[in-house]
Design a protein around this ligand. Structure first.
Ligand code: CAA
Length: 592
């Protein structure tokens, strides 16, 4: 087995290499080995300087997220990072790929940072519901100033190496072979003293209003999330406190977040996205076809928005109005995506014409997930190449791929690869009217409308769902304000926030579980990811089924059963999956 951390001498420079595929995460074994290698290298009189680099495709991309939520194993990352800061010989971090989170924090405790062209740097912890917990919130403001630090830490976005150099985060962007150039750099600085330690600097507060402004912007952009506000507090500590005390404050804030349900949910979404990208029932070696050109059918803004996605990915695309365009234009395209409106009979007619007009093996896709895809496919002679594709919404990160009864594995693989080219996550589900996203949106919005129809005030229902985390945009789509009330005077019956929330969200959970019953979605994670990425379900609640596990499937089931008894409506009939979980005290994601 390859050693996780090795030390190789290059004259008087020691090259420390971390090798922990795929992304060199700072797992327990790496931390142990790194501490041990750094310890022996620091006491080695023949070594005047060290370089820390990584094997494989990237510098350390962060702490090992798989270890989060488990009992901590010593040494923890802060211990390794702070040990590095105490070394008396210069250490150069050689960055390539993505130097993220704990990886960047490790580099910041080195005395110098050099990077290969194309490297990306960032502190994305906020997207996992935590903050940089290995000195990042204390060192970054000391190195690049408070405003830029807040932007990186609270925003969580990755930056280019050029920007990082301009900010002062890296000292040099090197051409040629990185480790050789980094060793050369180490040789040049070997005798320079004092060692430039970031921890010894003071954080510059360029503008006294920067915290207030950032807090205001954060309320607008990250409403409901805890982590961004904790990030601001941690950076404030870098200004208010000496370094060592700042670290203590950072640690306390980090641990608070780490044990929060929000972070659990956001970590669930992180791994969920990666799991959902590996669909059940589709072998990973199924060949995907090349999509050289695409036609989008439709004349409404949605069709143009969908076409923009292809254009942004540099896939040649034309938009045609299916009412007037000559279909001869479709003879050479590899994919036709129908984004026009229409009933099933019209669609069957349209797809039969597309079948005649398009070349063999061209994919015919429908974006209407509320129609019967199998019935549409049956109108063609190429049901294997008929598929549902929903970019919902076109500006979002989700591509819902609906597989019909006869859709071939190759067509599915082609659609999923298309998702990657578009910069979206393709999630494969079975084509049943409504798919996953649209059906779930319809379910909770119908329940919200029902509450309004029964006399609840639309603003009240909206406020409760908004506070839960649904976006204004999603609520606007539900059009509650235009719902007719059933009571003669329209007076608002007294509804508690709790009733509103439980009816809408538990209806959504029950419907999600039915999607599992019906095998529309193969796994809970597919549903959660679709809801978070495509239906504005708040990421900090992890998706409806993760949320149900947090509340307890038994409580959800009891509510649904009781409500079903009271109203008798079929759509409140408890899902067998939910009932089974309640009976066995189980969870959608296994027992705790
Ligand atoms: N820990 C554990 N596993 C990780 C990981 C991490 N930090 N980052 C990625 N992985 C795993 C993924 O789960 C995936 O595993 P599977 O193949 O089993 O699905 C594999 O590595 C490859 O990841 P991607 O599919 O995402 O590969 P990519 O090339 O598309 O992206 C990446 C690479 C940009 C590094 C991306 O994986 C990423 O953004 N990772 C997370 C980075 C991050 O958030 N770092 C901060 C961690 S928190 C931290 O460091 C806290 C602290 O301060 C102490």
């Amino acid at each position: 087995m390859t050693e996780l951390v090795t030390l190789v001498r290059h004259g008087n420079v020691g090259l420390v290499t971390i090798d922990n595929p795929p992304v060199n995460a700072l797992s327990h074994g790496v931390r142990v080995a790194l501490l041990q290698v750094l310890g022996s290298a620091s006491g080695d009189d023949e070594l005047a300087a060290l370089v820390i680099a990584c094997a494989g495709r990237t510098f350390v991309a962060g702490a090992d997220i798989k270890e989060f939520g488990r009992p901590p194993l010593a040494p923890d990352l802060p211990e390794v990072v702070e040990f590095l800061d105490t070394l008396e010989k210069p250490v150069v971090a050689a960055l390539h790929g993505t130097a993220l989170g704990g990886g960047l924090e490790l580099a910041l405790a080195c005395h110098y940072r050099v990077a290969a062209k194309g490297t990306k740097l960032g502190l994305p912890e906020v997207t996992l519901g935590i903050l940089p917990g290995a000195g990042g919130t204390q060192r970054v403001p000391r190195l690049i100033g408070v405003a830029a630090a807040l932007e990186m830490i609270v925003g969580g976005a990755l930056i280019s190496v050029e920007k990082a150099q301009a900010l002062g985060l890296v000292d040099a962007v090197l051409d040629g072979e990185l480790t050789a150039a980094a060793i050369e750099h180490a040789r040049r600085v070997a005798d320079q003293r004092p060692l430039p330690r970031v921890s010894a600097r003071r954080a510059t507060l360029e503008d006294p209003d920067v915290f207030e402004r950032c807090t205001k912007e954060t309320h607008e952009r990250w409403r409901g999330y805890l982590a961004p506000f904790h990030c601001i507090e941690a950076v404030r500590a870098a200004v208010d406190l000496p370094f060592a005390e700042g670290l203590v404050r950072e640690r306390a804030l980090f641990q608070e977040l780490m044990s929060s349900s929000q972070s659990r949910a956001q970590r669930h979404v992180f791994f969920g996205e990666r799991e959902a990208a590996k669909p059940v029932g589709l072998a990973s070696d199924v060949p995907a076809r090349e999509l050289g050109s695409v036609a989008v059918l439709g004349n409404a803004p949605d069709a143009f928005a969908v076409a923009d996605c292809f254009a942004a990915a540099r896939i040649p695309v034309r938009v045609l109005d299916p009412g007037s365009a000559p279909f001869t234009e479709l003879a050479d395209v590899d994919l036709v995506l129908d984004a026009s409106s229409g009933e099933l009979a019209e669609k069957r007619e349209l797809f039969a014409r597309l079948d005649d007009a398009c070349k063999p093996l061209a994919l015919l896709a429908s974006s209407a997930s509320d129609l019967d895809l199998d019935a549409i496919a049956a109108a063609t002679r190429r049901a294997r190449d008929v598929i549902g594709l929903r970019l919902a919404p076109p500006t979002g990160r989700l591509l819902e791929v609906l597989r019909g009864r006869d859709t071939s594995a190759e067509a599915c693989a082609t659609a999923l690869r298309l998702g990657k080219r578009l910069g979206k996550l393709g999630v494969l589900v079975t084509a049943k009217p409504g798919g996953v996203g649209q059906r779930l949106f319809a379910r909770w919005s119908r329940e919200a409308a029902e509450l309004v129809a029964q006399g609840a005030h639309p603003e009240h229902v909206e406020r409760v769902l908004y506070d839960f985390g649904f976006t204004r945009d999603a609520l606007a789509r539900a059009r509650l304000a235009s719902t007719q009330t059933q009571s003669s005077n329209g007076a608002a019956h007294g509804r508690s926030d709790r009733e509103i929330l439980e009816r809408c969200v538990f209806a959504l959970v029950n419907e999600s579980a039915r999607l599992l019953d019906e095998q529309v979605a193969a796994r809970p994670v597919d549903i959660d990811v679709i809801c978070v990425l495509g239906q504005a379900f708040p990421a900090y609640r992890g998706g409806p089924l993760f949320y149900a596990d947090e509340v307890g499937p038994t409580s959800v089931f009891e509510f649904v059963r009781e409500y079903h008894r009271n109203v008798g409506s079929e759509e409140w009939a408890p899902s067998p999956t939910l009932e089974r979980l309640a009976a066995s005290r189980g969870r959608f994601y296994g027992r705790p």
